[in-house]
Design a binder for this molecule. Sequence first.
Ligand SMILES: Cc1cc2nc3c(=O)[nH]c(=O)nc-3n(C[C@H](O)[C@H](O)[C@H](O)COP(=O)(O)OP(=O)(O)OC[C@H]3O[C@@H](n4cnc5c(N)ncnc54)[C@H](O)[C@@H]3O)c2cc1C
Length: 423
Amino acid sequence: MTGDPNSNGLWAVSAAETFSAPALTDDISVDLAIIGGGFTGTAAALAAAKAGARVCLLEANRIGHGGSGRNVGLVNAGLWLPPDTITAQLGPETGERLSTLLATAPDLVFDLIAEHAIACEPVRSGTLHCAHAPSGLRDLQNRHAQLTARGAPVSLLGDTETASRTGTDAFGGALFDPRAGTIQPLAYNRGLARAAQTAGALIHEATPVQRIAPDGEGWTLSAPGWTIRAGAMIMATNAYHQPFRGAETPPHLLVHFFQAATAPGLAEQVVPGGEGLWDTAPVMTSLRTDAAGRVILGAMGALDHPGGGLHRGWAERKLARLFPHLKGTPFQQVWFGRIAMTPAHLPEIQRLGPNGLAVHGYSGRGIGPGTLFGTRLAEVSLGADPSRLPVAPIAPYRLKAPGLRSTIFETGATALHAVSARF
Ligand SMILES: Cc1cc2nc3c(=O)[nH]c(=O)nc-3n(C[C@H](O)[C@H](O)[C@H](O)COP(=O)(O)OP(=O)(O)OC[C@H]3O[C@@H](n4cnc5c(N)ncnc54)[C@H](O)[C@@H]3O)c2cc1C
């Protein structure tokens, strides 16, 4: 059990994919330089290498160090926000286009997994968004109406079917989305890196970018001791941005989310169909199993904050409440990560200068979106029509008091975990 902010928890223990790459040890010149080795950066590197470009990816730590190596592994067909809200925020044309594109993102992810034989426990059994209360059921009915109006093959399940699909009677209904699924996220991230490297991408771990500067139509990047000249650049550092000169820290709030995993072999009566699950509560709970039969529970909260112990205690009580036969089951791994939330809860692409793009703020939904945005950013960086981008680039801006707002989220989650699920 660890509150170590560098831990990938279970995913480091169970990943069938391994990946390592040396630090940069030379000056290089490339068509495209990518900063950050999460889903976004590795998907971009793969797309660029497949297109025949000379591309390098610079990762400060290891591939999967950030959100991509820590998340729940739910491959969703959209964002956190329902599609009407996306359209209200972005306008009919861009909003509907983004929702349509993201509906296909699970296909992109599962196709890449199959094409590159990525050993990441892919399960395409759908997801269950479960009602924690009558208000949650109304939210699901509303989402169902919005999604079916757009042709999505989602269905609303009553309480009896929800109980048999989840293995618990804690929920009053569920929205089932068969387009979605689950993966072992760190293994998927490493598999994308391996595929990119095999296709010719230069990948360097332990290579923090320390400075970027426009250089004619392209960019010069500095990493310890070495210089990278690039015709185009993508910054994909997101919630794990390590500051460097020449670019602002991406403007988002950081929300923490932790997970706790049991020993293998305990999942028989837990979500027996293998769907990934989360609920409608304001401080939501996630639940899934893995290939070894572990039960993995998650919720908002940081484990290295003073309330870390409260979050762990909550997870033990919640597991017992959902599945009484698992009462007293210890967790073998506990880990957490940072989620980047933009003010509108929508991902943003920023134009950094000539042939320089940054993307951030998937706001809790980065597997499908990160893979899609990374792929499209690479295409446009290498000369495709900018209309290929899922959203139009905007100018960089600063957010007021992001640290204070993140603290408010953490305090709310801690307070709720201190008082909830006590029975
Ligand atoms: C606990 C948790 C649960 C989540 N659950 C889900 C889920 O179930 N489904 C879903 O779709 N999404 C989920 N998300 C969101 C998703 O994980 C993220 O949106 C996604 O991983 C972001 O990918 P990325 O490549 O943009 O960024 P990251 O994966 O964060 O990668 C950024 C990388 O940039 C590197 N970097 C930073 N600064 C530098 C520098 N100066 N030089 C070089 N490299 C640098 C970092 O080391 C890091 O590896 C979850 C997130 C968390 C934290």
